[in-house]
Design a binder for this molecule. Structure first.
Ligand SMILES: Cc1cc2nc3c(=O)[nH]c(=O)nc-3n(C[C@H](O)[C@H](O)[C@H](O)COP(=O)(O)OP(=O)(O)OC[C@H]3O[C@@H](n4cnc5c(N)ncnc54)[C@H](O)[C@@H]3O)c2cc1C
Length: 574
C-alpha cells in the first residue's frame, strides 16, 4: 500500500492484514531503514496476514479454552516435566520461527533487526503469549551469535535460527525467589565438572521461567569461586534435552496461575545438577544477561505498542459502527477525544519503540565491555525510555478501548479483556519502571553523557517544528522546549544530589520519555504530507503529556519519607 493512500478501517481486525492496515508504521520503518519496507516488505506483508488470521484465532482459543498444562510425571511415576500445549498453539509456534522472526537476522544477507522487531509489533497485536517466547529466543540467539565461545555457538545457535519448523525456542532464567531486580543476589550455583571444560552443574531455584521447556535457556548462576554481587555471576546455556534425547536433570515444580499471557507456560524450575554450558564466566556473565535483557526490552516495547495498536483498531472499528441517541458515537466530541487518547500515544510509542530497535541495529556489533561507546549508550537510553513509556501507555490504551466500546468491550467476545490482562505484564517483566529509572540515572552520569545525547536528539527532531506547528494550527514546539529546559534543570539537580536522584529518577524518566515521544511526533508531522500527522501531534502535545500536568522536579526537602512508615501503619503523626 502506498504510504499516504487513504483507506477504510476494516470491519474486523481478524483476517485483515496488519501490515497493510498500518501506513504510519510503514512510513516510520522506511524512514529508519528503507530495506525494512523495501527488501523485507513482502515478508512483513505475508506475516501481517498470517498473524491477523490463524494466529489471532489460535490466541483466542488458547487463552480461553486450552492454555498449557504441566504434566509433572509420566504413567510410570517418572518425572516427565512435560508441558502440554494445544495443537493450534504448537502449529503457530512452529510457523512463527519458520517465517524467520528469529532466523531472518542471521546468515548471509540477513535482515536488519528492525525487521524482526516489526514482526514482533504485529505478532503482539494478536498474541503476546506467542510473542513472549519469540522475544527470549531472539535474545538467546543474539547472545550466542555475538558473544558465546565458538564451540557453544556452533553447537547451539543453529538450533534456534533454523527455519524448517523444527527450531528450538529460548528462555532467560534470572529471577529467583528473592526477586528479579536484584540479580546480584543470585543464589543458583555453578560447579565445574572435572574433565569437561566449559560444562557446569547448576543448582538452585529459578522462580519465573517463561517458555519453561522451550529448549535452550540462558541462566545466571554463581560459580563456586564467584564473588558476591553481579561481578561474581556467570551465564550458562541450559538445554532442556541433552545429546541423545535424555532430559537435562531439573524439575518444573508448577506453572504460575497468571493474570494474563495465559497462552505461554511460566514455570518455577528447580535446577538439580542441571548441565549448563558456559557462555561467559564472571564478571562478563552478568553483562551478557543484561545484553539479552536489552534485546528483550525492545521487544517488550514492540509488544506494548502492538497491544495499544490492537486496542485502537478495536475501539475505532466499534465506535465508527455504533449508534447512540440517533448518532454514530464518533460524532460526539467526547468519544473523539477518548479515541484520540488511544491513537496519539500509540503512534508516539511506536516511534519510540522503532527508534530503539533501529538503535539496536546500529549498536549490535559493539562489545558489551565497550560501555562508553556512544552508540551503546544511546541504545540503552532509548531502550529505558521506550520500555517504560510504552508499557505504561499500553495498559491505559487497553483500558480506554474497553471503556469506549462499553459493555461489549469488557466481555470475552471481544479481544479487549485479553489485551488489558496481557498488557499489564509488560510493565513488570524485563524490569519494572523503577529499574528503568535507575538504568537511566546511570547513563546520565558525565562519563556516559546520556543527557547530552538525549538533548541533541530532541533538538534535532524539533528542528523543523515550525513546519509542524503551522500545519497543526498551534505552536506545538514551545511547550516542548519548556519541558526540555525543565528536564535539563532536573537532571542537573539530580546529578548534584544522590538523595534527589533516588527520589525523582522515575519522574525524570517520565519527563524524558514524554519529551522524546513528543519530539518524534513533531518530527513525523513535519516530514509528512498533509496535516493529519500534525493534528495528531497537536493532540498529543496538548492532552497526552503526563509531565506537562503541573508537577515539577524540585530540590524541596522530602516531606514524605519521614512519615511514610506511620502513614501506611495508621500511626498518628504529631
Ligand atoms: C508472567 C511473568 C513471566 C516472567 N517470566 C520470567 C522469565 O522467563 N525469566 C525471568 O528471569 N523472570 C521472569 N519474570 C520475572 C520478572 O522479570 C520479574 O517479576 C521482574 O524482573 C521484577 O522482579 P520481582 O517481581 O522479583 O520484583 P522485585 O525485584 O522484588 O521488585 C518489586 C518492586 O520493587 C521495585 N524496586 C526494586 N528495587 C528497587 C530500587 N533499587 N529502587 C526502587 N525500586 C525498586 C521494583 O521496581 C518493583 O516495583 C516473569 C514475571 C512474570 C509476571
Amino acid at each position: 500500500m502506498p504510504a499516504a493512500q487513504n483507506f477504510e478501517l476494516p470491519q474486523t481486525v481478524r483476517d485483515s492484514n496488519l501490515f497493510d492496515l498500518d501506513p504510519d508504521a510503514h512510513i516510520a520503518l522506511g524512514r529508519l531503514n528503507a530495506a525494512v519496507t523495501g527488501t523485507w516488505g513482502g515478508t512483513l506483508r505475508d506475516f501481517g496476514a498470517w498473524v491477523a488470521g490463524p494466529v489471532d484465532r489460535q490466541a483466542e482459543y488458547t487463552d480461553r479454552h486450552a492454555p498449557p498444562r504441566l504434566i509433572p510425571y509420566d504413567g510410570d511415576g517418572r518425572l516427565a516435566n512435560r508441558i502440554l500445549y494445544n495443537p493450534a498453539w504448537e502449529t503457530a509456534s512452529r510457523e512463527v520461527y519458520a517465517r524467520g522472526i528469529v532466523g531472518l537476522n542471521y546468515g548471509p544477507g540477513g535482515a536488519p533487526y528492525l525487521t524482526t522487531f516489526a514482526m514482533g509489533y504485529m505478532l503482539s497485536q494478536a498474541d503476546v503469549s506467542l510473542h513472549c517466547p519469540v522475544t527470549m529466543t531472539g535474545a538467546v540467539a543474539y547472545v550466542l551469535d555475538r558473544f558465546a565461545p565458538a564451540g557453544v555457538k556452533e553447537r547451539f545457535l543453529p538450533q534456534l535460527i533454523r527455519r524448517d519448523g523444527e527450531a528450538l525456542s529460548g528462555g532467560t532464567w534470572a529471577t529467583e525467589l528473592h526477586g528479579g531486580s536484584d540479580i546480584g543476589a543470585t543464589t543458583t550455583s555453578a560447579s565445574s565438572i572435572e574433565g569437561e571444560p566449559g560444562v557446569f552443574r547448576l543448582n538452585g531455584l529459578k522462580w519465573f521461567t517463561s517458555n519453561a521447556n522451550g529448549g535452550l535457556a540462558l541462566a545466571t548462576a554463581r560459580p563456586d569461586d564467584g564473588v558476591a554481587g553481579t561481578r561474581g555471576l556467570g551465564v550458562y546455556l541450559v538445554p532442556t534435552h541433552l545429546a541423545g534425547g535424555a532430559s537435562n536433570p531439573m524439575r518444573i515444580r508448577r506453572l504460575k496461575d497468571k493474570l494474563g499471557t495465559c497462552g505461554i507456560a511460566t514455570g518455577e524450575i528447580d535446577l538439580v545438577d542441571t548441565l549448563g554450558w558456559e557462555v561467559a564466566g564472571p564478571p562478563r556473565g552478568f553483562k551478557l544477561m543484561m545484553a539479552a535483557l536489552e534485546f528483550s526490552r525492545i521487544h517488550n516495547a514492540m509488544a506494548a505498542v502492538g497491544v495499544a495498536r490492537r486496542a485502537w483498531l478495536e475501539a475505532a472499528i466499534f465506535a465508527t459502527g455504533r449508534t447512540a441517541f440517533g448518532h454514530t458515537i464518533t460524532d460526539y466530541p467526547m468519544v473523539q477525544a477518548e479515541l484520540m487518547k488511544v491513537l496519539a500515544p500509540q503512534l508516539a510509542g511506536m516511534h519510540l519503540a522503532f527508534a530503539a530497535a533501529h538503535a539496536f541495529d546500529e549498536a549490535s556489533s559493539i562489545d558489551v565491555d565497550d560501555t562508553d561507546n556512544p552508540r551503546r549508550v544511546w541504545l540503552r537510553v532509548l531502550t529505558a525510555l521506550a520500555k517504560y513509556w510504552t508499557a505504561d501507555m499500553c495498559v491505559k490504551a487497553a483500558s480506554r478501548a474497553i471503556e469506549t466500546i462499553g459493555g461489549n468491550g469488557y466481555v470475552y467476545d471481544h479481544v479487549t479483556p485479553r489485551l488489558l490482562r496481557d498488557g499489564q505484564v509488560l510493565s513488570v517483566w524485563e524490569g519494572p519502571a523503577n529499574i528503568q529509572a535507575l538504568e537511566l540515572l546511570r547513563l546520565l552520569e558525565p562519563r556516559f553523557g546520556g543527557f547530552r545525547m538525549f538533548e541533541e536528539a530532541v533538538e534535532h527532531l524539533l528542528a523543523d517544528g515550525e513546519t509542524a506547528s503551522k500545519a497543526a494550527g498551534a505552536d506545538i514546539v514551545s511547550p516542548l522546549h519548556a519541558l526540555l529546559a525543565h528536564a535539563r534543570e532536573a537532571a542537573g539537580l539530580m546529578a548534584a544530589s544522590p538523595d534527589l536522584a533516588g527520589r525523582h529518577a522515575r519522574r525524570l524518566l517520565a519527563l524524558m520519555s514524554d519529551l522524546m515521544a513528543a519530539a518524534f511526533m513533531v518530527d513525523a508531522a513535519a516530514q509528512s504530507d498533509g496535516r493529519r500527522r500534525a493534528l495528531i501531534a497537536r493532540f498529543f502535545v496538548e492532552h497526552c503529556l503526563e509531565s506537562s500536568q503541573g508537577w515539577r522536579i524540585t530540590a524541596s526537602p522530602d516531606w514524605l519519607a519521614p512519615h511514610f512508615g506511620s502513614i501506611i501503619r495508621h500511626r498518628s503523626i504529631d
